[in-house]
Every structure is written in C-alpha cells, then in structure tokens.
Design a protein around this ligand. Structure first.
Ligand SMILES: Nc1ncnc2c1ncn2[C@@H]1O[C@H](COP(=O)(O)OP(=O)(O)O)[C@@H](O)[C@H]1O
Ligand SMILES: [Mg+2]
Length: 245
C-alpha cells in the first residue's frame, strides 16, 4: 500500500533517517514510536512529500512517488491531519466540512454556499461529522469547540479527501484523559479499510489502536512487530519504555 525502501535523510551533518524500510498494508493500524528526536515527524514528511529523501524511495501501491509533490500525493490518497490553525476560523463545523469537501473535489471552496441544503455535499458533511464525533456541534462556530473536538474535526477535514492512508502526528497531544479517550474511540471507529499511521506517545492509546508497531531510534528502525511483540521485546523495553515516558 505505502512502502519505503532504504530511505535516508540528513539535515547538514545530522542523519535523521537511516535506511528506513517501512511497509503499511491496507487497513493496518500502524503506530510509529520512539524517543523525541528519533525522526518520526521527518519520516512523515518524507511520506507526504514535504521533504525529499537524500536516498531511497517511497512507493504508493506499485507507483514510485518519491518525486511527487505533497499535493499530488494528497490527491492520490495520502492524507495527514490538518494542524489546528488549518480550521477555517470564522465558519461553523458544518461549513468547515463543506469547505474541505469542495476543496478536495476541486469545485471551488465557496461553491457549496450556492447549493441547496439537500445536496449530496451536505449529506457527506454530516456523515463525516458523525465519523469524527462532532454531530452535536454541526452548527456551532469552530471557535466554540473544545480542544479535543477541534482535533477530531481536523481529522474530519483530512477525511474529506477520501484518503486511502491517513497519517496522524500525535493526535492526542495536549489532551485531557477524557479527550484522549474520546479520540481513541473515534479512531477505532474509522472504516476498516482505511490505513492509519499514527505517531503516539501514550502507550495506552497505542495498544488500544495499533495492530502493528515500528520503533524508531536515532532514525533507524529498532523493532517492528505486533503490540504484544513490542511489549515482550527486551531491547525495546530497555531502550525506550525504560527511558522515555
Ligand atoms: N528542518 C530541519 N532542519 C534541521 N534539523 C531538523 C529539521 N527537522 C528535524 N530536524 C532534526 O531532526 C531530528 C529528528 O526530528 P523529528 O523528525 O522531528 O523527530 P521526532 O518527531 O521523532 O521527535 C531532531 O534532532 C531535529 O532537531
Ligand atoms: Mg515529532
């Protein structure tokens, strides 16, 4: 589905990604973990095209997308969740979803205003809202949302692209325990055929969501396996769980 082959990336003399081979299968819930500075976000940026590798390749299905732009990759089905400031601030939750749907379909982001309330776009916005748990807030301004619901809505905007793979960089960062629980439930309710790659520090969330785990350490893949295998790995326990929170 999405695969890297011998990826290398350096910033000056600092090698941040070393010969990384990562394979995501369709529908996999794949967690990427490792201490701060391990190169997790850099690997995301290499997958989405924000960064180009010095060496190595990225494949999407059988296609070599190493040189493709972030836009082309997004259109092909690789999405990442928008950051907080990518929500359209003056709009309601429904309007944010409608805008993201129309942007992704290329028909112009204000076009939905001219459409009747009963159009398919509105149905789509409502089903996305349901998927990410913001149905009760559809007509609320995004500014009124709690932090947790804002982050859930961002995932709704990313899903408006109808992605095959969704990359989430620390989706529960800064959340209260309740917000984290809601996000976890929401992520577990996403369609089975959607492939997820999640950078996650919270081990409870990780073990609740993931069925495959890759551990990065100084840019190198230290371990790959199921959550149970990660739990049982002395190497991972000693070098990661023992050291970092
Ligand atoms: N654009 C950049 N320029 C220089 N150094 C960078 C850049 N991006 C990341 N780094 C460095 O690369 C290392 C890995 O960063 P990052 O991928 O953000 O790690 P993680 O997400 O695992 O915490 C860090 O030492 C960081 O300072
Ligand atoms: Mg990071």
């Amino acid at each position: 589905m999405l695969r890297t082959e011998g990826l290398n990336k350096s910033f000056g003399s600092l090698t941040v990604t070393r010969d990384v081979n990562l394979t995501l299968d369709r529908g996999q819930r794949h967690a990427l973990i490792g201490p701060n500075g391990a190169g997790k976000t850099t690997l995301f940026n290499l997958l989405t095209g924000e960064l180009k590798p010095d060496r190595g390749k990225v494949f999407f299905g059988s296609r070599d997308i190493t040189r493709d732009t972030p836009d082309a990759r997004a259109r092909a089905g690789i999405a990442r969740s928008f950051q907080r400031n990518n929500l359209f601030d003056g709009l309601t939750v429904r309007e944010n979803l409608l805008t993201a749907i129309t942007l992704s379909s290329g028909i112009g982001h204000v076009f939905w205003r001219a459409l009747g309330k009963y159009s398919r776009l509105y149905d789509r916005a409502e089903s996305l809202a349901q998927l990410v748990g913001v149905t009760d807030q559809l007509d609320a301004p995004v500014k009124s949302l709690s932090y947790g619901l804002e982050r859930q809505l961002e995932i709704g905007l990313a899903l408006a692209l109808d992605p095959v793979v969704l990359l989430l960089d620390e989706p529960t960062a800064g959340m209260s325990p309740d917000e984290t629980a809601n996000m976890t439930t929401m992520l577990n309710g996403l369609p089975d055929d959607l492939t997820l790659l999640i950078i996650e520090h919270d081990m409870d969330v990780l073990f609740d969501i993931a069925n495959q785990v890759t551990v990065l350490d100084y840019g190198t893949v230290l371990f790959q396996g199921t959550p149970d295998e990660v739990r049982q790995s002395e190497d991972v326990r000693g070098r990661y769980f023992g050291a970092a929170s």
